[in-house]
Design a protein around this ligand. Structure first.
Ligand SMILES: [Ca+2]
Ligand SMILES: [Ca+2]
Length: 155
């Protein structure tokens, strides 16, 4: 009998303790990954004088902007796909896109032009939004990549 009561007690203690823990584990559907592919050809790569960053617009008008994208290797070389995750995404790694994203925009900065061939963003819920660009960006040009996926249920 004593054993059963102790079990009940332990059960309720565990229940009581687990509630605050569950509440603090908020699932945020933020940006998980950005991948950008650089094309090949004249002036396609970028070095010191060119850069790129991404802005994202959510279905519920959420908005975020990454810092200038920079990973530990040499970014934006011809034919190379650069992938950015974690701290490289700045506030975009925190902002919650609850209903997914409406579009993302790839922005160029600086005076070294860049061949933006294709890109892809991935949210924490696994939604991947691909974008075929095949364009040349220079001097602050931008390219808008629409998302035709309304949500993971419709996919
Ligand atoms: Ca260039
Ligand atoms: Ca780098």
């Amino acid at each position: 009998m004593w054993k059963i009561s102790a079990c009940f007690l332990a059960y309720f203690v565990m229940k009581a303790c687990s509630f605050p823990a569950l509440n603090s584990t908020k699932i945020v559907n933020s940006l998980y990954r950005v991948s950008l592919k650089t094309g090949t050809g004249d002036d396609c790569s970028m070095d010191l004088f060119g850069g790129a960053f991404v802005t994202i617009d959510g279905m519920k008008h959420e908005h975020c902007q990454t810092p200038e994208l920079d990973h530990s290797g040499d970014d934006f070389e011809e034919g190379q796909t650069d992938t950015y995750v974690g701290e490289a995404l700045g506030e975009c790694a925190e902002i919650d896109f609850t209903n997914g994203i409406f579009q993302f925009t790839v922005h160029h900065s600086g005076s070294d032009g860049w061949c933006f061939e294709e890109g892809e963003v991935e949210l924490r819920d696994g939604t991947v939004v691909p974008c075929i660009a095949n364009t040349f960006l220079d001097d602050g040009n931008e390219f808008v990549c629409p998302s035709f996926k309304l949500g993971k249920d419709e996919a």
